[in-house]
Design a protein around this ligand. Structure first.
Ligand code: FES
Length: 128
């Protein structure tokens, strides 16, 4: 079955390692939301929503490995056009997590596979 056909059938939850993260409505339309680490893991994840699209990353700055949000759920720079690490101000593209400026310029956030189906955000296996 093609990826497109699989998505059309809404089968993300049937794929090994995929699970529902939250309702899309739980993330503000142009905002972001953090989620705690799974048991036994150091880093949580966070999701940035742009309309009906969601981008999910490991909540670990490539600079020092710390969480990006000192204030819970504050993942975006003023204006909301970039992700920003609150520790030393590195800024990342929302769409692919590439660091545009800051101490880890040229590095990238670690992406978590994700998709939105029928108003639910699904994620695949979370990388280490
Ligand atoms: S820890 Fe993120 S910019 Fe330094």
């Amino acid at each position: 079955m093609s990826e497109g056909a699989r998505e059309a059938q809404g089968t993300a939850g049937a794929e090994p390692g995929w699970r529902a993260l939250c309702p899309l409505a739980a993330i503000p339309p142009d905002g972001a939301k953090g989620f705690p680490p799974d048991p036994g893991r150091f880093s949580g994840i966070f999701a940035v929503r742009r309309g009906e699209s969601v981008f999910v990353y490991l909540n670990a700055c490539p600079h020092l490995g710390v969480s990006l949000d000192i204030v819970p759920d504050r993942f975006l720079a003023p204006g909301g056009e970039r992700i920003r690490c609150q520790t030393h101000g590195a800024e990342f593209r929302i769409e692919d997590g590439f660091c545009l400026k800051g101490p880890c310029a040229g590095a990238s956030l670690t992406a978590v596979p994700s998709r939105v189906e029928q108003g639910v955000v699904w994620i695949g296996p979370v990388p280490d």
